[in-house]
Write a protein that binds this ligand. Structure first.
Ligand code: ADP
Ligand code: MG
Length: 249
């Protein structure tokens, strides 16, 4: 019977229970553990392992450029960021409402850090997340289009529950690029959240996208259900460098 139990567990994809049931059963018999507690500890071991495995997979698939959490973010040096609003994002209620958090501001003030930490939170709750720079998004779509695989590529940006588009604004888009971007944003509209970071204000999108009509069409969808964070202040990188230089003097 022992072998068969293990075999059935494997058939049912219960690899942890297959490994552990025998030792746990012996222990439970020795300790006079109630049947329900024994069953509970078996199932719990399996569930915990499955969660860890799926988080690891989601992390790999997400392409997050680094792993920094919100606890590593120092709010006290960044007065333009309302900690309460950021903590609210961490509840992920925006994901359920298909809202788009948007972080605007100059370089080095933590926009990517905040986006990444929300991404990590989403992954920890089992949501498929994908991080891409605006530059890579466009390059990938251009290539897919020339290979005749645009539709498939577009779907890969539409499917994740959370899409993070980082650093919009550094790359000037041509009209074809603008249409790619429109496709991604329009297809995700009211279906899946986008976190976007940018150094450009919305007023500059016409110029960035190269066409005011398509810029308006994109912004219309992006901003309809959005939470906008206007950040400002000195670059954290520069601040850190200055402190280091001071210490070295
Ligand atoms: P941005 O995307 O706005 O250019 P980043 O998020 O890349 O800025 O931040 C630059 C670096 O400074 C990162 O290593 C980030 O972790 C760090 N950083 C920025 N702001 C803070 C902060 N308030 N607390 C802790 N680290 C920060
Ligand atoms: Mg950044």
């Amino acid at each position: 019977m022992k072998e068969q139990i293990t075999e059935y567990c494997q058939k049912l994809n219960l690899s942890v229970i297959a490994d552990q049931w025998s030792a746990l059963a012996d222990q439970a018999a020795k300790d006079n553990v109630p049947y329900s507690s024994f069953l509970f500890s078996l199932l719990e071991a399996e569930v915990v392992e499955k969660q860890v495995r799926s988080t690891t997979t989601l992390l790999k698939l997400s392409r997050l450029p680094f792993r920094k959490t919100i606890d590593e973010f120092n709010f006290s040096i960044q007065p333009t960021i309302d900690e309460r609003r950021i903590r609210e994002l961490m509840t992920l209620s925006f994901l359920k409402e298909h809202e788009n958090p948007i972080f605007l501001g100059p370089p080095g003030i933590g926009k990517t850090h905040l986006a990444v930490s929300i991404g990590l939170q989403a992954i920890s709750q089992g949501y498929k997340t994908y991080f891409v720079s605006a530059h890579d998004l466009i390059i990938q779509l251009r290539k897919a289009d020339s290979d005749g695989k645009l539709e498939k590529k577009l779907r890969s940006f539409v499917k994740p529950r959370l899409l993070i588009i980082d650093e919009m604004g550094y790359m000037k888009l041509d009209i074809g690029d603008a249409h790619y971007l429109f496709q991604v944003i329009a297809r995700r509209y009211e279906k899946g959240s986008i976190i976007l970071t940018s150094n450009k204000s919305f007023g500059e999108w016409g110029e960035m996208v190269g066409d005011p009509v398509i810029a308006t069409a994109i912004l219309d969808r992006l901003l309809h259900h959005s939470r906008i964070f206007n950040l400002n202040g000195e670059s954290y990188r520069l601040k850190e460098k200055r402190n280091k230089d001071k210490l070295e003097k």
